[in-house]
Design a protein around this ligand. Structure first.
Ligand code: ZN
Length: 479
């Protein structure tokens, strides 16, 4: 039986247009999903959109649309961008869909009856009073304010008091600490684990419903309330699997990898495991968190207008090159600068001159000299290369995994430069030089499949033939 692998991205908030940050998380998820499929894994890859909340309703009103119309439009935009990046998700969950709403209500009914490890009710009614930033759509603590203002929105939050239902997170503090410390929930990289443990000391019960929010799902046991963002959004990882009424969730849950950026670390490493424990479910195995990006050294922001649309990159470089350029530039997990200005240079040196030129030269020489080849093409053919590559993949070192492959490509180039087979006259002699190089190209192309699926497919078809022929130019140079 093949090993199941359930991987998720966060559901993206429709108040934001899809940008390079979303694209990065989603491409990483796609690479892992494809890699597991390639290794005969049974994969379920989920992404989607988070569509409720006051900000969404406000944005819809600002453009003269109903919230649902607005959500339909932006959600479709996300789906279209992912298609354009050749993302192989198996499902796309929306929090305004009937299947999600129905199951979130069931989840709330289960939580309503649940008890904490201390035997108290998980959900209780209380009064919330706090400083509320409408921009963030959350109450802020005094400590988070800078000069009395929200540091992100530069506006003073309003004092707000309302009836809420709460999740008794404080009762889960000890068990969460134990599970995170022992890596029962493996938080990657370690510095994010330490951040989660530090945040744990300051957590409090959190609201699961709101009176002031109008665009949301009705709380089943008190219709004066709407379900608030966290349980609604986080539940998507379960509702997409049909939890609790469809047994399908038993096949896929727990998630094997949950990916996200650092801004939602607290909700995924603390709130989410507590919700799962309250439901009596097991916890996700790996929570993988990447840092924020700057773009060409500047913070990505709406006002600067430097949030890059992934479609622009695809148009300029093509799908596979965009995926390569984004994942090869820096280590997963770190705060990083996306140096878009360096993309043309990198495209030309690593793709046009590197991979593309090597494939063209070798296939051209083999065709011109009518040299038949008999190459092995299976994933495990070059054990040394595969092992080195897999070690990087298992540790989420995607840039280094790609470097393993490019190191081999550079070695091939060196062989050609040194032996100059284009000057040779003897067919056997030429074959002796070119066949191992062609084999290396084929092995690299096999391993490259999760990152650059279309390019990999082309090269594998080309170099898998008995008589290799020159193909189309893979990466035309960019000026
Ligand atoms: Zn704010």
């Amino acid at each position: 039986m093949s090993k199941k692998f359930y991987i998720t991205t966060p559901i993206y908030y429709v108040n934001d247009k899809p940008h390079i940050g979303h694209a990065y998380t989603t491409i990483v998820a796609d690479v892992l999903a494809r890699w597991h499929r390639q290794n005969k894994g049974d994969v379920f890859f989920l992404t989607g959109t988070d569509e409720h909340g006051t900000k969404v309703a406000e944005s819809a009103a600002a453009v003269g649309k109903t919230p649902q119309e607005f959500c339909d439009e932006i959600s479709a935009l996300f789906e279209a961008k992912w298609k354009n990046l050749n993302i192989s998700n198996d499902d796309f969950i929306r929090t305004t869909s009937a299947r999600h709403k129905k199951r979130v209500i069931e989840i709330f009914n289960l939580l309503k009856d649940a008890k904490t490890p201390q035997g108290r009710e998980v959900i209780y009614q209380g009064e919330y009073k706090g400083l509320y930033c409408t921009g963030c759509e959350k109450f802020l603590t005094e400590k988070e304010l800078v000069d009395g203002k929200c540091p992100d929105h530069k506006t003073a939050p309003a004092e707000l008091k309302e009836k809420n239902y709460f999740f008794r997170l404080s009762d889960y503090k000890d068990i969460l600490r134990k599970k995170i410390e022992k890596d029962e929930i493996n938080i990657f990289p370690v510095k994010r684990k330490n951040e989660a443990l530090a945040m744990l000391e300051f957590i409090d019960d959190f609201s699961v419903s709101r009176e002031t929010v109008k665009w949301g799902i009705d709380l089943p046991f008190d219709k004066s309330q709407k379900i608030y963002v966290w349980v609604d959004a986080l539940s998507n990882y379960l509702t997409a699997l049909g939890y609790p009424d469809d047994k399908n969730y038993k096949k896929w849950w727990p998630a094997d990898v949950q990916l996200m950026a650092q801004d939602i670390l607290k909700f995924h490493t603390l709130y989410w495991p507590a919700i799962l424990m309250a439901l009596g479910l097991s916890l996700p195995k790996n929570i993988c968190i990447h840092g924020f990006f700057t773009i060409n050294g500047e913070k990505m922001s709406k006002s600067l207008g430097n949030a890059i649309d992934p479609d622009e990159l695809v148009e300029k470089y093509g799908v596979d090159a965009t995926r390569y350029l984004l994942l090869s530039q820096f280590a997963f997990g770190e705060e990083a600068d996306v140096q878009v200005a360096r993309f043309p240079e990198k495209f030309n040196s690593n793709l046009a001159n590197g991979l593309g030129n090597l494939v063209a030269r070798v296939s051209n020489l083999l065709e011109k000299n009518k040299i038949p080849t008999d190459l092995r093409h299976d994933y495990n053919h070059d054990r040394k290369l595969t092992k080195e590559f897999e070690e990087k993949m298992e540790n989420y070192k995607f840039n280094e995994a790609l470097e393993v492959l490019w190191k081999r490509l550079r070695a091939c180039d060196e062989i050609l430069t040194k032996t100059e087979p284009w000057k040779m006259k003897n067919k056997e002699e030429i074959k002796k030089v070119l066949e191992p190089v062609a084999q290396d190209i084929l092995s690299v192309a096999e391993l490259l499949q999760p990152f650059m699926p279309a390019t990999s497919e082309k090269i594998v078809a080309q170099f898998g033939a008995k008589q290799i022929k020159k193909g189309e130019t893979l990466f035309p140079r960019i000026s």
